[in-house]
Design a protein around this ligand. Structure first.
Ligand code: PEP
Length: 252
């Protein structure tokens, strides 16, 4: 049985006080529920990580960073290293979000370096990938996704996959209000599991949690999460509202 995960990516939103209030409200609401095999994760902006970690000391809610740099240290003004994240107690990092790829030029090759460094700093990775609208329109979406995974992750040894959570996020569905249909999500997740099984083993592929991301909301979460290869969601906009986020957690 795979671990179910609902992760909220807060992006560049929320002050420290707002971040603490939000995570405390989420903790209050989800702690009482029977989470069983479900992990709940929030990803505040860098400057609010410590505050949110403090607020989650006695909570089941886990805290992820939204990014980290591919070098260990040095003259990279404005950047944050894996060592810094580990030092303040962060144990998870989102890598490869489509906004990092689009606005900060992150490529699969650069992401492979970040993934490699994550092991040194004991960071579990939520690895994001997904096709653009033109890829889907031209029928290239499977090819694009396969090459993203091959280029960034297929150099890993089988045992290294214990630290990887996948998040399939079709770019055309992120922040647009347009969601992949549950069938489109299932079809891609099954494909992803198959290419991992072909490269590694069926056993390994069956154990990887694959999240769907792209305009998940309380109204569509149950249907998307009901698909057999969808193991949860990476949530953007709806993660900023406690009731919406908790409703999505409960949809699992
Ligand atoms: C995201 O940014 O990872 C995301 C899925 O955003 P939204 O839920 O707002 O589409």
């Amino acid at each position: 049985m795979r671990t179910k995960i609902v992760a909220g990516n807060w992006k560049m939103n929320k002050t420290l006080a707002e971040s603490k209030a939000l995570v405390e409200a989420i903790s209050d609401k989800v702690n009482g529920d029977k989470l069983e095999d479900t992990r709940v994760i929030v990803a505040p902006t860098y400057v609010n990580l410590t505050g949110v970690l403090d607020s989650t000391e006695d909570s089941v809610v886990e805290v992820a960073a939204q990014n980290m740099h591919q070098e260990e240290s040095g003259a990279y003004t404005g950047e944050i290293s894996g060592a810094m994240l580990e030092d303040i107690g962060v144990e998870l990092v989102i890598l490869g979000h489509s906004e990092r790829r689009a606005y900060f030029g992150e490529t699969d090759e650069l992401l492979a370096k970040k993934v490699d460094l994550s092991y040194k700093y004991n960071l579990e990775v939520i690895f994001c990938f997904g096709e653009e609208l033109e890829d889907r329109k031209s029928g290239n979406h499977f090819k694009v996704v396969e090459s993203q995974l091959k280029n960034a992750l297929f150099h890993l040894e089988a045992e290294d996959w214990r630290n990887i959570i996948l998040a399939y996020e079709p770019v055309w569905a992120i922040g647009t209000g347009e969601t992949a249909s549950p069938e489109q999500a299932q079809e891609m997740h099954a494909f992803i599991r198959k290419i991992i099984a072909d490269k590694y083993t069926q056993n390994l592929a069956d154990g990887i949690s694959i999240l769907y991301g792209g305009s998940v909301k309380p109204a569509n979460a149950v249907e998307i999460f009901s698909k057999p290869d969808v193991d949860g969601g990476l949530i953007g906009g709806a993660a900023l509202n406690v009731d919406d986020f908790v409703a999505i957690v409960n949809a699992i």
